[in-house]
Design a protein around this ligand. Structure first.
Ligand code: PMP
Ligand code: GLN
Length: 382
């Protein structure tokens, strides 16, 4: 896990995937799909390689992808971004996050995130020299308390990171919370960084990008990635959209992180972004069926489950099974049930482990028979 000074031991995902490999357990730990995404996208990458798109692309990204990202923002959210100056292609959402934090956070600056949080945030904030402030999300509906959010944002706040749809909880923040973030960021002159990698994977609730709220665009860096939407997590094609001066500041950092990334995958992700609406709605509907199977399986096994509105993950409370320590439970689970999950304590600060102690995150971005088998195995726990 992460040391409090930000040094990185193996990430929880690497540790749990290694455990799954070692024990042959079903890996519902790290979030990656076990099936390929759309054939058009895969074929476009093969074609790009055959066409010789194999050398350094421009640092800001190939025009074909930047234009597809701009059209995607317009098609789904009615936002007009300039493909030439307001879009930056990155090595996954991870590099977009890293470069943004390194660009804007100075030593001692405060960065606010909700908690639990995607683990990379804490590590990157520490690397940038920032101070991490968290606003708790409360099980089981994962809604933050507006007063706790108000209390966390001050004139020391440089950046507020919003991740909606949210990993690990699967919550989609409502308008009231998003509006409050914009209000607080404006009052304290903070930058909003929004991680929207699960933007298309919502189950009957609408994802509203925070950049579309009044007053938000000028201070918001919106981050997404092709990995989740097109089941290409290994390609590491991500991007951000933001006003040109913010893009320039992030590009200045990116050029010394990766310089450029993934030439043949960029036109392929562009093909994905141009797929018809039906692709996006069917992908979400297929994932919702997977969610239902795993939520049903976990419930039948005796867990108390919080049904996610979006994303790849479900959080289950193991305390009805007599579990007190979720981390110890996850280490034993491959032996006891042949399934791997991730303790939610991996996504919270050390001093708050107790609050989330008995909670476990399971990924449902797997084929239905795999989820059914995992459910059957978990039922034997009781
Ligand atoms: N943000 C969140 C919330 C994620 O869950 C993930 C990975 N699943 C990432 C960022 C990283 O995305 P990428 O693989 O595109 O770097
Ligand atoms: N984002 C994925 C998860 O939350 C994988 C992240 C990773 O391996 N770093 O499981």
């Amino acid at each position: 896990l992460l040391a409090d000074d930000g040094r990185i031991a193996a990430t929880i995902f690497a540790e749990m995937s290694a455990l799954a490999l070692r024990t042959g357990a079903i890996n519902l730990g790290q979030g990656f799909p076990d099936e390929d995404g759309p054939a058009e996208v895969l074929e476009a990458a093969r074609q790009a390689i055959a066409d010789g798109i194999n050398q350094y692309p421009p640092g800001i990204g190939l025009p074909v992808l930047r234009e597809a990202i701009a059209r995607h923002q317009h098609r789904f959210y009615g936002v007009d971004v300039d493909a030439a100056s307001e879009v930056l292609v990155t090595a996954g959402a991870t590099e977009a996050l890293a470069a943004t934090l390194l660009a804007f956070v100075d030593t001692g600056d405060e960065v606010v995130t909700f908690e639990p949080y995607y683990d990379a945030y804490a590590a990157l904030i520490a690397r940038a020299g920032g101070v991490h402030r968290t606003v708790p999300l409360h099980f089981p509906d994962w809604r933050p308390d507006p007063d706790e959010l108000r209390a966390a944002v001050t004139d020391r706040t440089r950046l507020i990171i919003v991740n909606s749809p949210h990993n690990p909880t699967g919550v989609v923040f409502d308008d009231e919370i998003l509006e409050l973030v914009v209000e607080l960021a404006t009052r304290h002159d903070a930058i909003i960084v929004t991680d929207e990698v699960y933007e298309h994977l919502t189950f009957g609730v609408a994802h509203r990008p925070i950049a579309t709220l009044p007053g938000a665009w000028e201070r918001t860096v919106s981050i997404s990635s092709g990995g989740k939407t097109f089941s290409t997590t290994g390609w590491k094609i991500g991007w951000l959209t933001a006003p040109a001066p913010l893009v320039t500041a992030v590009l200045a950092v990116k050029q010394y992180l990766t310089y450029v990334n993934g030439a043949p995958f960029q036109p392929a992700i562009a093909v994905g972004l141009e797929l018809p609406d039906a692709f996006f709605s069917e992908a979400a509907a297929a994932l919702a069926r997977k969610r239902d199977v795993l939520v049903g399986g976990l419930t039948a096994a005796g867990f108390a489950v919080s049904t996610p509105q979006a994303g790849y993950f479900v959080i289950a409370d193991a305390s009805p099974l007599g579990v007190d320590d979720g981390a110890a439970f996850c280490r034993e689970l491959p032996e006891r049930a042949g399934v791997v999950g991730v303790p939610v304590s991996a996504f919270v600060h050390g001093d708050r482990h107790d609050v989330y102690r008995s909670l476990v995150r399971f990924a449902f971005c797997k084929r239905l028979p795999v989820l059914e088998e995992a459910s059957a195995r978990l039922r034997r726990l009781g």
